[in-house]
Design a protein around this ligand. Structure first.
Ligand SMILES: [Zn+2]
Length: 331
């Protein structure tokens, strides 16, 4: 995904945080900074950020058939995947009702071989805990919104505390990696999913950028006279154009599922989605074919349906993960 798309996803997720009665204080932390902290949405793709959480392999989790000795560990039956996914994700609905993958696909073990230290679910797990730490070091204004007292306030030098603005930027950074889990090409190791000019990966991201529109480009947000609240409201307007529906209060499939495991399942579901869009029969795992975006997605109704599934799922997952961090502080 490109900058405007990543930005819109996080801003739309903020709207869900606003609409959930359980995250009102979190909305007070994040919403006022929306038009300032949005930079966090796309920073992970910047060259300099590749020295931090943005290292290359943290944006993808490229599944492929696994032939090692530990096969049973890497098989995820369809029902298990559906049980692990939040039913409020459009991707859940697609896999349960529209997927045409046969029994042999579901019986096959798949694994993402990531470089050492580069792993999308690891990255999310790290940010999840980092953000909780940041919330525990708030200045009086931030601390007043985080439930519970810390017990070390007297020892916390004001110059060592963090502001709502600083913490907000980290929430936005996290949204980038969650959204990346839902880009089907990020979850599929086949050659077709590589990022090549006019290929399905590059072409699809360009298409989303057009769909999201100029309002969410960094140049527009930098100079807009709109307030942060108005920018978040504007992000909600795209629901109608894109055919998106969301349910609040935000849910999490199973409270025992941590973000690491959940992200593994998101990427497995995105891989299943990719194998539907680009069937294995036509593009076997070792195929070097590279379909062009314009040719592959010539059916615009189908494309809109795929867009809806990816974008709805990315927004919902961002918002529900933010809420999941917030739940740690529940009294
Ligand atoms: Zn990325």
């Amino acid at each position: 995904m490109k900058q405007a798309c990543h930005t819109w996803i996080a801003l739309r997720a903020l709207g869900l945080i606003q609409d959930d009665p359980k995250t009102q204080d979190l909305a007070q932390i994040l919403v006022p900074w929306a038009k300032h902290s949005y930079i966090g949405c796309w920073l992970p793709d910047m060259q300099k950020f590749k020295k931090g959480h943005g290292i290359i392999g943290n944006h993808t989790f490229k599944n492929a058939p696994y032939n090692g000795d530990n096969k049973s560990r890497f098989v995820v039956p369809k029902q298990k995947l559906l049980d692990a996914l939040d039913p409020n994700l459009a991707l859940h609905g697609y896999i349960s009702s529209n997927s045409t993958l046969d029994a042999s696909w579901w019986k096959q073990p798949y694994k993402a071989e990531q470089k050492d230290g580069e792993h999308l679910p690891d990255c999310l797990s790290s940010l999840f805990d980092t953000i909780a730490d940041l919330l525990l070091l708030g200045d009086p204004e931030l601390d007043a919104l985080v439930p519970g007292s810390t017990g070390y306030g007297d020892y916390l030098d004001p110059t060592c505390t963090l502001t709502k603005a600083q913490v907000s930027t980290f929430f936005f950074i996290m949204s980038h990696y969650i959204a990346d889990c839902f880009m089907p090409c990020h979850a599929d190791k086949r050659r077709l999913a590589a990022f090549e000019t006019d290929g399905v990966h590059e072409g699809w991201e360009k298409h989303w950028e057009k769909l999201i529109g100029a309002d969410f480009k960094k140049t527009a947000l930098k100079s807009t006279p709109a307030t942060s609240e108005q920018v978040v409201a504007k992000a909600k307007e795209l629901d109608t154009t894109l055919g998106l529906t969301f349910i609040t209060p935000l849910t999490w499939p199973d409270n025992d599922n941590d973000i690491w495991e959940t992200a593994i399942f998101w990427c497995r579901a995105s891989f299943a989605f990719s194998c539907n869009i680009f069937p294995i029969g036509k593009y076997p795992y070792d195929s070097q074919a590279q379909p062009l975006f314009n040719e592959h997605f010539s059916d615009t109704a189908k494309l809109s349906e795929y867009d809806r599934i990816v974008l709805q799922s990315a927004v919902y997952a961002v918002a529900s993960t933010w809420k999941q961090i917030w739940r740690k502080f529940k009294e």
